[in-house]
Design a protein around this ligand. Structure first.
Ligand SMILES: Cc1cc2nc3c(=O)[nH]c(=O)nc-3n(C[C@H](O)[C@H](O)[C@H](O)COP(=O)(O)OP(=O)(O)OC[C@H]3O[C@@H](n4cnc5c(N)ncnc54)[C@H](O)[C@@H]3O)c2cc1C
Ligand SMILES: *[C@@H]1O[C@H](CO)[C@@H](O)[C@H](O)[C@H]1NC(C)=O
Length: 562
């Protein structure tokens, strides 16, 4: 039997990825957030739902397509053929005073959210930056992500133009209901003998009020390629990202004396600071923590962790099992299918985010803007699994599986549960080739190992990989980038770098540890959800605890201090 504390935390973690809000009639006359892009703390107002016009639908979808094309063509990135970059030569003396004319030289490994934000933040502070990205093109996994209120504030502080562009491109979801639903007829309502029917709300909540209370803007949903495009166009000079550049290792030249960084292609780079923003299978972390050679690998050749092809996705599933043991990362127990469906959801006007809960699986869906729905199907099974190849009898193996797992007609799924129609509605609107699958890994907080050694630091998923339940992975990476640049901007002499990086770690570790832990507990205990709902008192108690404690968690997440 799992303790109460765990149940309560599960409940929190389960729900807090959502952004729910029960509409208050008084708020309906307040101008929409979308129409105002120059927000400051004093003018934050509650967003009001405006149905999407055909023009906006078209705009959002086109923007996504053009950003995805830019990403595939690595637009704005430097070609590896260039040979006159600043990092090719070391300064005369690495150990030196830092000034406007002789700024810090920062190299970032990895061009995902963490790398791009960190580079933008360092650039904004006048540092020289370069990003080395192993991939040949950007291939983000999954559809849009939530950029929550806390990350929006970090972006605003880093560079107001980035913030405004993100708000403009984003879709506000806080103007509708969100929460947890039961996937099928189950459980006993308050122990009173009434069963929950499929699709009944278990918990609803509001992420808007905690954001407004903290003076933060409302969470938005933005396509990953669009986020990358905005950061590339407005955050860093053209050519800052060098693609097809995998860092193999680094050499420390002494305290305050810089680093020599070696790429797989034989290129050498010199910098004062190296930031490993190279994701969960971080090469920089492997060296920093002295892990064995299995701990990293060319897991996904698509930048930002997305496999480019089905073949790569299959290889990644197998490779990850090996790397996880070398890197002390943890398989969450879930594999995750994801896609973005161009579909006007039947619940679009009322619901922005919902989770349909079931036994050993759950189905998450969120408004992706532009009349598109993003969905994730999380299913418990051993790591390393792959889908069968398409055959003439079964040309769509992924869809076939998912339609069975979430069957909405008798005889239901393999447990005999007949699911709410909504999962089928979205699955039917999705093409097989648009469905991406990935096993979900996370890791324990690196409290004793640390995130920095000498003049090298890690951030983002490299430092704190977490389950997606809270929708905070990218948001915490954003806060990291902000904090790292703040601390580095205090460096007066290169011998101060080490201390600045330790301060960065010490300021970030308590917050990310709590967030990582909540996300992990939530995910672990989801397994027991189905069972729990059948126990009188425990089920209702769990739901009540969730409902009551959500505001506390959200207040913790939505703070302007990070
Ligand atoms: C299903 C799902 C839903 C999610 N939803 C949300 C959400 O709503 N909101 C949110 O904030 N977060 C969300 N996240 C989390 C978010 O996706 C991650 O936390 C975020 O992408 C991490 O960014 P990163 O830059 O640290 O790592 P990555 O995106 O993994 O980028 C690392 C990059 O480093 C490169 N690289 C690796 N090794 C090397 C090397 N040796 N040399 C050079 N380059 C290298 C890789 O190619 C890659 O491009 C979600 C995650 C999942 C799985
Ligand atoms: C570096 O800065 C210190 C303190 O401001 C100053 O005393 C010193 O002369 C400077 N060194 C050089 C080489 O400019």
């Amino acid at each position: 039997m799992v303790s109460f504390r765990n149940y309560a935390l599960t409940a929190l973690a389960l729900t807090s990825g959502a952004s729910a809000f029960t509409l208050n009639p008084q708020q309906t006359n307040i101008p929409s957030l979308r129409s105002s892009t120059s927000l400051s703390m004093s003018t934050i107002e509650a967003p009001v739902r405006k149905p999407e016009t055909p023009e906006r639908v078209n705009e959002v979808r086109e923007r996504f397509r053009s950003a995805a094309k830019d990403a595939a063509n690595a637009r704005g990135c430097a070609s590896p053929d260039q040979n006159d970059e600043w990092w090719r030569t070391a300064p005369e003396d690495f150990s030196r005073n830092i000034s406007k004319d002789d700024p810090l030289r920062v190299i970032v490994t990895g061009g995902g959210v963490a790398g791009l934000v960190t580079a933008a933040a360092c650039h904004a502070k006048g540092m020289k930056v370069a990003i080395f990205e192993q991939a040949s093109q950007y291939a983000p996994y999954g559809g849009p992500i939530q950029i929550q209120s806390n990350a929006l504030r970090a972006l605003e502080r880093i560079n107001p133009t980035i913030y405004e562009e993100i708000i403009k491109a984003g879709t506000v979801t806080a103007d509708r209901v969100s929460g947890l639903k039961i996937g099928y007829k189950k459980g006993v309502f308050l122990g009173l003998g009434k069963q929950y029917e499929k699709g009944d709300w278990l918990v609803k909540f509001d992420t808007l009020q905690p954001a407004l209370d903290a003076g933060l803007p409302a969470t938005v949903v933005v396509d990953r390629p669009v986020i990358q495009q905005i950061l590339l166009n407005h955050g860093i000079p053209d050519g800052t990202v060098r693609i097809k550049s995998r860092i193999s290792n680094y050499e420390e030249l002494g305290k305050g004396k810089g680093l020599k960084i070696n790429l797989d292609d034989g290129t050498t780079a010199y910098a004062d600071v190296l930031v490993g923003a190279d994701g969960i299978w971080s090469s920089v972390r492997r060296q920093m923590h002295g892990l064995n050679s299995d701990a990293d690998g060319f897991a996904a050749s698509g930048a930002a962790g997305g496999a480019l092809t089905e073949g790569e996705a299959r290889r990644m599933a197998k490779d990850s099992v090996l790397m996880a043991s070398g890197a002390n990362r943890r398989f969450s127990g879930f594999t995750c299918y994801a896609a973005l469906a161009e579909h006007r959801a039947s619940n679009i006007e009322e619901v922005s985010y919902q989770i349909l809960l079931g036994k050993d699986k759950y189905f998450v869906s969120t408004d992706g803007g532009g009349e598109r729905q993003q969905w994730f199907a999380l299913i418990r099974e051993p790591a390393g699994g792959v889908d069968p190849e398409p055959t003439p009898e079964n040309p769509t193996p992924k869809l076939t599986r998912l339609l069975n797992e979430f069957n909405n007609e008798e005889p239901g799924d393999k447990n005999g549960d007949v699911w709410d129609d909504f999962a089928h509605e979205l699955l039917k609107a999705t093409k097989e080739e648009d469905i991406k699958r990935r096993d979900l890994y996370d890791g324990s907080p690196l409290i004793t190992q640390g995130w920095a050694r000498g003049q090298v630091a890690i951030c983002g998923d490299a430092a704190h990989p977490m389950m997606p339940n809270l929708g905070q992975g990218g948001c915490q990476a954003t806060e990291d980038g902000y904090r790292l640049a703040e601390e580095l901007s205090n460096v007066k002499h290169t011998s101060d770098i080490e201390g600045a990086l330790q301060t960065y770690f010490l300021k970030r570790i308590p917050r990310t540890t709590i967030i990582q832990t909540i996300a992990q507990l939530g995910s672990d205990l989801l397994v027991d959800f189905d069972l729990m709902m059948t126990i009188p008192l425990v089920g209702p108690f769990f739901l009540m605890a969730t409902q009551l404690s959500m505001p506390f968690i959200l207040r913790f997440l939505y703070t302007p201090e990070f």
